[in-house]
Design a protein around this ligand. Structure first.
Ligand SMILES: N[C@@H](CCC(=O)N[C@@H](CS)C(=O)NCC(=O)O)C(=O)O
Length: 241
């Protein structure tokens, strides 16, 4: 069986879990405590980032896109990459954008939201952190940092991302998938990064629906988040596994 080493709220780890479900592959999850737990990741993979997977043939693979290519080849269930060259290229372009430009802006937007919202901040802490320490973090004077957070998230990056997501949202009103007529890595990569802007159900009851207010309250993005919720429900439903 595949073992997935992950951080609970990492979008790249969510992307990997969605792909594993799409391929109907059995897997177990090892939660990695950020910091100290990454020594183990380094020992296994020679680098310190999650996700990594360890397959039962002892093969260790890091980087979500390499992992997705690897698991796609394991069986014929729901190919993540279309055969048609143009559709394949579109999928790769979208995945690459989601994993880089989109991921960087979403991460900054989440940091900004966490600075401004103490509940969100504590909910994001790893489960291993004792509640006494959680309440201290809750009370730290992050408010003054919110000025810095505007510097962290450039308004151009933010506007560019919103415009692009609004266009995707509109394009998905009469369409189920981003590329062609089937689920692909493009859908999975975009849906996974959206989790940092508005947490999905799979993030658990405390975080679900929370996130960046300007994205959550943008009416033009409502359809995109509905599409993401439907996709998650489809992939993570018991019937589908
Ligand atoms: N390109 C990598 C990015 C992975 C990544 O950024 N992982 C983050 C968690 S979301 C991480 O491990 N950060 C810890 C660190 O860099 O030390 C992928 O697609 O898997």
């Amino acid at each position: 069986m595949i073992t997935l080493y992950q951080f609970k709220h990492s979008a790249f780890c969510l992307k990997t879990r969605m792909a594993l479900h799409a391929k109907k592959l059995q897997y177990r999850v090892e939660e990695v405590p950020p910091g100290i737990g990454q020594f183990e990741i380094f020992k296994l993979s020679g680098q310190k980032q999650v996700p990594i997977i360890v397959d039962d043939n002892d093969q260790v693979i890091n980087d979500s896109s390499v992992i997705c290519e690897y698991i796609d080849k394991k069986n014929d269930n729901n190919p993540l990459f279309p055969d048609d060259p143009m559709l394949f290229a579109k999928c790769k372009l979208i995945e690459n954008w989601a994993d880089t430009t989109m991921a960087a802006t979403c991460r900054k937007s989440l940091i900004k939201s966490a600075i401004e919202n103490p509940q969100l901040r504590t909910a994001l802490l790893p489960d291993e952190i004792p509640s006494s320490l959680r309440s201290i973090v809750d009370k730290l004077p992050f408010k003054n940092l919110s000025k810095i957070s505007n510097v962290v998230l450039s308004s151009k990056d933010n506007v560019d991302l919103q415009k692009l997501l609004e266009a995707l949202s509109k394009s998905l009103i009469n369409k189920k998938y981003l590329v062609g007529n089937a689920l692909s890595i493009a859908d999975i990569a975009i849906a996974a990064q959206l989790s940092l802007l508005k947490f999905p159900k799979s993030s658990g009851p405390i975080l679900s629906g929370e996130g960046s207010l300007e994205y959550i309250n943008n009416p033009y993005l409502e359809n995109l988040f509905i599409w993401r919720n439907n996709l998650e429900e489809y992939l993570f439903s018991a019937n589908f596994q």
